[in-house]
Design a protein around this ligand. Structure first.
Ligand code: 4AD
Ligand code: MG
Length: 431
């Protein structure tokens, strides 16, 4: 390697190393120049003293601008006062490219401006910290499923049938075959795969033409979905609880620096322990009405309802067995109360709300046909899905966790757009 990374500098105390990166900040006291360089793994202060470097190199300082790309060479010195504990006494510098008028200056900018410049804004400390946490959350997810012997099944993005709800479909012409839809979920395909593998998961982008302008909705988001043969709705909740605790413990261990940068109060995350409270939909409505919500039995919890409800608990809370009318067609009807389905949403605390939607699935051929017809969905598009109920149908359950909703909660963000590198929302397709 012809260069080193800032995260490794402690291994090179007293030695000469070369860093390649971008100029984060600079200042000068005439005979001493200070350069803060970042390379993606950290930020280090370089000190350049007149007389200790070639005069030509010392003079290059005057050309430097914020975000110019440079290569610096110097000796690593321990220094308590330096941000990372080390600084570089520079002996050489090369300019790779001079940046002209970088638009994101140290002064505050509005969020529209920042997201219009997302391609550059990614370099700033806050998005850097958030996306590092996102990276760790995704590693935790994959690690959990790998350790628990779930098999990764990649589900298609182009699909021929409604996965969740007809109202938020992205439609496209599919060659000469007619319409295709961008996947709203991979679930239906996972249900096919459980009969081969038992426990499976998928992880991919999902698409919903959400026309609402909220802090919680993207039109393209990443969902991790699990499906388990022979699990009922309770087993499914137990699994989600275990899974979420694994993720929280993972980030608490790996993301301390990022949480510090984000000023995230991690004491709220440290309270996430088993068991999570579980309340029925009936009880949720009762509690909400008492708290002043206008919700009527039968309608879905709105964003504000979720906020009110989750502030009643310090841990994530399951709300189970919703009315059939507010949930998707594939959920298993309650055996004793025909108006309900066996399902659960997991709502994150501190007002964040739904991060997981899950349910036991309808495994009965005739009753599923009825539900598909009731929802006015085209029966022939579900022929393959219905066949799964003919050849060794078993009780089964599964769930989907929205990655950006989870990142938003774990990082303590106020808007979901910060939780994904390039957000797609009702008004945003650029950059
Ligand atoms: O509750 P949903 O719609 O459930 C499903 O899609 C099921 N097929 C999952 C399953 O059982 N396999 O979506 C699951 C999660 C939500 O809880 C939420 O976290 C996230 O996906 N989500 C969104 N995130 C961002 N923007 C949107 N528009 C979202 N819609 C759902
Ligand atoms: Mg849901």
């Amino acid at each position: 390697m012809k260069f080193n990374y800032i995260e490794d500098v402690s291994k090179f105390e007293g030695q000469k190393i070369t860093i390649r990166g971008w100029l984060y900040n600079q200042s000068s006291k005439g005979k001493i120049h200070f350069l803060w360089v970042r390379d993606g793994t950290g930020i280090i202060q370089g000190v350049m003293v007149k007389g200790e470097v070639d005069d030509l190199v010392f003079g290059l300082y005057d050309q430097l601008t914020q975000e110019s790309s440079i290569e610096v060479t110097g000796t690593v010195r321990k220094d308590q006062r330096a941000p990372g504990g080390y600084e570089l006494t520079l002996s050489d510098m090369k300019i790779i490219q001079i940046a002209q008028d970088y638009p994101i200056t140290p002064k505050p900018h509005g969020s529209t401006f920042l997201f219009d410049h997302r391609h550059l804004y990614l370099r700033s400390k806050r998005p850097h910290a958030i996306l590092k946490v996102r990276n760790e959350i995704i590693w935790a997810i994959r690690s959990y499923f790998y350790q628990n012997h779930f098999v990764l099944i990649d589900s298609p993005i182009l699909t021929g049938a409604v996965g969740e709800t007809a109202s938020t479909l992205f439609e496209t012409q599919y060659l000469d075959e007619g319409k295709a839809y961008l996947a709203q979920t991979g679930q239906l395909y996972l249900e096919a795969a459980i009969a081969s593998f038992g426990k499976v998961y998928c992880f991919g982008p999902t698409f919903r033409a959400e026309k609402s302008k909220t802090r919680r909705h993207l039109t393209e988001f990443w969902m991790i979905e699990a499906e388990e043969a022979f699990y009922n709705n309770e087993d499914n909740m137990d699994l989600q609880e275990d899974f979420l605790i694994y993720i929280v413990n993972w980030v608490l261990e790996k993301c301390q620096n990022e949480f510090k940068e984000l000023e995230r109060d991690i004491s709220a995350l440290e309270k996430i322990k088993k068991p999570f409270p579980r309340i029925s939909y009936d009880e949720a409505v009762e509690r909400l009405q008492k708290a002043g919500s206008e919700i009527q039995w039968g309608s879905d919890l709105g964003g504000t309802d979720e906020t009110i409800l989750t502030k009643m608990f310090e841990k994530p809370v399951f709300v189970y067995n919703y009315p059939k009318a507010c949930k998707a067609f594939y959920m298993k009807p309650h055996p004793d109360r025909k108006e309900l389905v066996l399902c659960a949403d997991l709502l994150a605390p501190e007002g964040y709300g739904e991060i997981i939607g899950g349910s036991e699935r309808n495994d009965d051929y005739d009753s599923l046909v009825l539900r598909i017809k009731e929802e006015n969905l085209p029966l022939d598009a579900y022929k393959w899905y219905l066949e799964l109920r003919k050849y060794g149908s078993v009780p089964h359950s599964g769930f989907g966790l929205g990655v950006e909703r989870t990142v938003t909660w774990i990082c303590g963000l106020s808007h979901i757009r910060e939780a994904i590198p390039f957000p797609r929302t009702i008004y945003r397709l650029y950059p």
